[in-house]
Design a protein around this ligand. Structure first.
Ligand code: GTP
Ligand code: MG
Length: 418
């Protein structure tokens, strides 16, 4: 199965769909109920084609429980929809630029690759990553003897996933273990979204059945303690705090004791926003870490660095500096919904070798999602993935539905230079 087709099936649940492209996750009023078994295989020509599944259609057993397959299918669709919505600005930008490029340079040649490099650099993908990516594309085009730029679309998207995965496929997972107090320390410069992310994370872990507590370690900025308390109330978790101006290391010490007494699974610690070039603030962070490490062996288990995606290359330089002074275990890339340059994810991964563990896709509680390169490229190229698959399918059934062929093929070729 082609890469685009697999992504489309995974994130929309659809294996057909010539008429309903816009309705990816919208309720479908008139579907047949029994479409569930027709999934994956290549023999789709004979079987009825599958439509996205809704919770109401899932197969429930007599205890009212949903099957694991149905659950996973519905979750993947929700995830696809989240990434699609959160990456809308970047998607419009990426797709439009790529379409323009393909229309302008119809033949795969050095001019095309140079223009592609420029486009990716402008989208914040990062210089070294772009060079690596485009070199791989050159090789792949040669290997597969691809002549038309149009035929390179899918390879480009697939290479983005590959290049992300090349270090370590599993490192996006956050290190949360049963039977211990897990401590997560949130760090980053001012205003990047640390406190908001803590609220969202608390919500996520709590809804997974974990007992969560928050530590109000930003004793510096006026209003910071209250802000975390509001999140605590909203989510329904305890917040340990002291008065403004007190020593953040002392707050952590208190919080760890309280967490141990209450059998907490995950303690998430807020810290004051700090500039990476302010030595005293960085020293304070080290002290906080030391205190946490003394109270709980191996803690903090995660030091998550929050970066604001809208700051582009500046986020990279922040990450470099933080990495020098503290052992950052993962990145939370916030406000990805607010930028049209979503390529920054790739730059972070490839130039810093720190995994992006979560991405912020909006301001709502459930807008923080674990990062995964496939969901990311789906969000970045969703319309193209859906449309391209359709063109393939239509090529295969051209005899059955001639009018649809015209409509979609025309759409696919309608990207003249602007
Ligand atoms: N659109 C969008 N806004 C976000 C996201 N994450 C955080 N924000 C917004 O970013 C702003 C700053 O968030 P905070 O959580 O206060 O940032 P902070 O890093 O704790 O800031 P300081 O405590 O001042 O250092 C708030 O208005 C948040 O709503 C996101 O993923 N998307
Ligand atoms: Mg804060």
């Amino acid at each position: 199965m082609s890469f685009f087709k697999r992504l489309k099936e995974k994130f929309t649940g659809q294996t057909e769909d010539k008429s309903e492209q816009e309705e990816t996750l919208e309720p479908l009023e008139d579907e047949e109920n029994d479409a569930s078994e027709t999934a994956e295989n290549e023999a789709e020509e004979e079987t009825p084609k599958k439509k996205p599944k809704k919770l109401s259609e899932a197969d429930f057993d007599e205890d009212g429980l949903i099957s694991i397959e149905d659950f996973e299918e519905i979750e993947a669709q929700k995830l696809g929809a989240k990434f699609k919505a959160g990456l809308e600005k970047s998607r419009q930008n990426f797709q439009e630029q790529l379409n323009n490029l393909i229309a302008r340079y119809r033949k795969v040649d050095e001019d095309f690759f140079e223009a592609l490099e420029e486009m990716l650099i402008t989208a914040d993908v990062g210089f070294n990553t772009v060079m690596e990516l485009v070199d791989e594309l050159r090789d792949e085009a040669r290997r597969q003897n691809i002549q038309e730029t149009e035929d390179l679309r899918e390879v480009i998207v697939e290479k983005i996933v590959e290049i992300y995965h090349q270090d370590d496929e599993n490192s996006e997972a956050v290190d949360i273990q049963e039977d211990r107090l897990n401590v997560i320390l949130m760090v980053g410069v001012n205003g990047v979204g640390k406190t908001t992310t803590i609220g969202k994370l608390a919500h996520r872990y709590q809804s997974e059945g974990k007992k969560v507590m928050l530590a109000a370690g930003d004793t510096f900025r006026a209003g910071a303690i209250e802000q975390l308390q509001v999140w605590g109330e909203r989510v329904g978790v305890d917040v340990v705090s002291q008065s403004e101006g007190s020593d953040p290391a002392a707050v952590m010490y208190d919080a760890i004791n309280a967490a141990k007494n209450k059998g907490v699974d995950i303690l998430i610690c807020d810290t004051a926003g700090r500039l990476q070039n302010k030595a005293n603030l960085m020293n304070e962070l080290e002290k906080v870490k030391r205190v946490i490490g003394r109270a709980v062996p191996d803690a903090p288990h995660e030091v998550l660095l929050c970066l604001d995606a809208t700051t582009g290359q500046n986020a990279l330089s922040q990450a470099r500096s933080f990495k020098e002074v503290t052992n950052v275990t993962g990145i939370v890339l916030t406000k990805l919904d607010g930028t049209a340059k979503g390529g920054i994810v790739l730059a972070i991964r490839n130039e810093l070798h720190i995994p992006v563990k979560y991405v912020g896709l909006g301001e709502k509680l459930d807008d923080l999602q674990p990062f995964n390169p496939e969901s990311y490229v789906y969000g970045l190229f969703a319309d193209m993935i859906e449309k391209n698959v359709d063109v393939d399918e239509i090529d295969a059934d051209a005899n059955d539905e001639p009018e649809t062929v015209d409509t979609v093929e025309n759409e696919g070729n309608d990207h003249g230079p602007r």
